[in-house]
Design a protein around this ligand. Structure first.
Ligand SMILES: NC(=O)c1ccc[n+]([C@@H]2O[C@H](COP(=O)([O-])OP(=O)(O)OC[C@H]3O[C@@H](n4cnc5c(N)ncnc54)[C@H](O)[C@@H]3O)[C@@H](O)[C@H]2O)c1
Length: 317
């Protein structure tokens, strides 16, 4: 078996030329790895390089690893060439089960024996993705948050035929490569972070549908209320600390009954034309004519600032 130890990984293959494939490539280049990019058509290279140029501004601001360079990237549209010398494979192909299953059937033979293959899938089960793979024991989900070159979280889970050592290896490698890996306890649709995000999203849609808040109101409330605190304390610790010396016990004993109040609607609202229009109009109004690329660049600059502030706050605590 040719699986290197996580600290000996030199070359990563990032498969797919969309925002996630290019975003992962930017991250790994910035951490000092050689990267081979598999793109389905060589026409995708120009767009890929645009993502890299945008990402590099933030990555330089965060600090590059010694020797990191965009020159250490090569492109190919041949899958076998892409993975031939890879020490780790990050798959970022379109989110279609049939397509990923066919791809893993090929990757299972092409990727050097034992080398990890991680899927960026946003919610497909690895048990399903690996169904036709001839070497499923080294396949895992490694789900990033977008953009992968900025947000640290990677959710990891194996499928039924993945071995535990592969999951552990993925955890150790992502940690070394500067990510915040979370090994999930069970294979569940939507994983952990997306499910939490969706719960928030459902409540927001209910409030807009009922005329209780506009999209702008929702974002003002989030950005000035929970969001700054959530960057430093998750929901559980925020409630624990907020309840004084009694902590979470006080929270649950005192406020537990309130969980039964009909505040949380949980079921998604009907996505009527009216709700759709309210959401679209509200967001367009808030965007005030700004181009999405400018807003994405502004977002990236601000996230760099948040990440630096969080790091400094944690170092000081
Ligand atoms: N976009 C997001 O916000 C986001 C966030 C986290 C995870 N993901 C997941 O990451 C993966 C990639 O997402 P994306 O938005 O970059 O995808 P995308 O659909 O934009 O791009 C996929 C790329 O895959 C390649 N491709 C096309 N057909 C292929 C085939 N038949 N075989 C192999 N490769 C092929 C192409 O290079 C294409 O650019 C998906 O699984 C997605 O669910 C997406």
């Amino acid at each position: 078996m040719t699986r290197p130890s996580p600290e000996n990984v030199k070359r990563v293959a990032s498969l797919g030329g969309g925002p996630i494939g290019a975003g992962w490539a930017a991250h790994f280049l910035a951490r000092g790895y050689d990267v081979t990019a598999y793109i389905h058509s060589l026409d995708e290279e120009a767009k890929y390089r645009q993502v890299l140029d945008t990402a590099w501004i933030s990555l330089e601001a965060l600090g590059l690893a010694p020797g990191a360079s965009r020159d250490r990237l090569s492109f190919t549209d041949d899958l076998a060439t892409a993975v031939k010398n890879a020490d780790f494979v990050q798959e970022c192909a379109p989110e279609r089960l049939d397509l990923k299953q066919a791809l893993y059937k090929k990757l299972g033979e092409l990727v050097p024996d034992g080398v990890l293959i991680a899927s960026s899938t946003s919610g497909l089960m690895m048990t399903d993705i690996q169904a036709m793979c001839p070497s499923p024991e080294r396949t895992v989900v490694g789900h990033p948050f977008n953009p992968p070159y900025l947000l640290p979280l990677v959710e990891i889970i194996g499928g039924k035929r993945t071995t535990p050592d592969a999951v552990q290896w993925a955890h150790d490698f992502y940690a070394l490569a500067g990510k915040a890996p979370l090994v999930m306890k069970k294979e569940i649709p939507g994983f952990v972070a997306t499910r939490l995000q969706e719960a928030l999203w459902r409540e927001a849609l209910h409030m807009v549908a009922n005329g209780e808040a506009t999209p702008q109101d929702i974002d003002i409330a989030l950005m000035n209320g929970p969001a700054p605190r959530l960057a430093i304390q998750g929901q559980c610790m925020a409630f624990h600390v907020a309840c004084g010396a009694g902590g979470m016990a006080t929270n649950l004993d005192q406020f537990g009954p309130a969980l039964k109040l009909p505040w949380t609607r949980l079921e998604a609202p009907e996505l009527t034309q009216e709700l759709r229009d309210r959401m679209v109009d509200g967001c367009n109004e808030a965007a005030a004519g700004r181009h999405f690329e400018d807003m994405a660049a502004e977002r990236d600059r601000a996230i760099v600032g948040v990440l630096k502030a969080v790091k400094a706050a944690r170092a000081g605590s």
